[in-house]
Design a protein around this ligand. Structure first.
Ligand SMILES: Nc1ncnc2c1ncn2[C@@H]1O[C@H](C[S@+](CC[C@H]([NH3+])C(=O)[O-])CC(=O)[O-])[C@@H](O)[C@H]1O
Ligand SMILES: O=C(O)C(=O)Cc1ccccc1
Length: 242
């Protein structure tokens, strides 16, 4: 049985910044499923893209892996020999649980779990890189350098799958998409208090960009082929091919 997310269910007097601690790690599968429209479709598609883009004797990176949902899907769909998956997160609580989640499945594919800041790791010999709802938590000033490092670490023909919460450049549409996201959360059983307290807690730590900025930046770092392949409300996923 997975634990249900009640983190923001009661009034919190000193609402601090959202962080990926033990409490969040414990309820994370429930939290992400009820909070991110399209999450399970995106995870499935990461598996499908792995089958298409993984190259023999290369590395696959899951950056900001949380409990390793994308890692597990890549591992299940990998058909090329000699590959290794490197799953990275800077939350010790997440990585501890990722290790036990991944150990619950049998697989021949080696996985390295690394506790590190994405800004400090090396990326090398990569055929598939996944940033599934992680770039939005990186300091905006460091995003381009990280994407540049990913581009340089990818082999020709390699792919980056970048999923994010977006802001719309059009204020009216932006408000509509945020409202629809809140409707989605209500429909999934979150109360007004849960929605508003989490929104406040995320304000300083999650800074979404427009899809246009993502596309321009990905092109600037060198990706030849970039587009949005999925969007539901203000959440979506882009593909960038080297
Ligand atoms: N600087 C950083 N360095 C490393 N990790 C970081 C950093 N900043 C944040 N993280 C990590 O990025 C993850 C973001 S969750 C990813 C979901 C997952 N990809 C999934 O497909 O289930 C998305 C969400 O919760 O909306 C958390 O585990 C953070 O600890
Ligand atoms: O819940 C939200 O409002 C989100 O934007 C998604 C989310 C999901 C899990 C952790 C942090 C943010």
């Amino acid at each position: 049985m997975q634990s249900k997310d009640h983190i923001f269910a009661t009034p919190i007097a000193q609402l601090g910044d959202f962080c990926f601690d033990q409490n969040v790690a414990e309820v994370f599968p429930d939290m992400i499923k009820r909070s991110v429209p399209g999450y399970s479709n995106i995870i499935s598609a990461i598996g499908m893209m792995t089958t298409r883009f993984a190259q023999p004797d290369s590395r696959l990176y899951d950056l900001g892996c949380s409990l390793g949902a994308a890692t597990q899907e890549m591992r299940r769909n990998l058909t090329q020999p000699g590959c290794r998956i490197i799953a990275v997160d800077n939350s010790a609580a997440m990585l501890e649980r990722a290790a036990s989640h991944l150990a619950a499945f049998k697989s021949e594919v080696p996985v390295t779990l690394t506790e590190a800041d994405l800004c400090d790791i090396e990326i090398d010999n990569a055929s598939v890189v996944v940033l599934n709802f992680t770039l939005q938590f990186i300091d905006p000033d460091k995003r381009e350098a990280l994407l540049n490092k990913i581009y340089r670490g990818l082999k020709p023909g390699g792919v980056l799958i970048l999923s994010e919460k977006f802001v719309s450049a059009d204020d009216t549409v932006n408000e509509l998409l945020i409202d629809l996201h809140h409707d989605f959360k209500r429909a999934n059983g979150y109360s007004e208090l849960e929605i508003s307290q989490k929104r406040t807690a995320l304000e300083n730590v999650m800074r979404p960009d427009t899809p246009e900025l993502h596309k321009t930046r990905l092109k600037r770092v060198g990706f030849q082929h970039v587009d949005l392949w999925f969007q539901c409300f203000n959440f979506g996923s882009m593909v960038a091919i080297k």
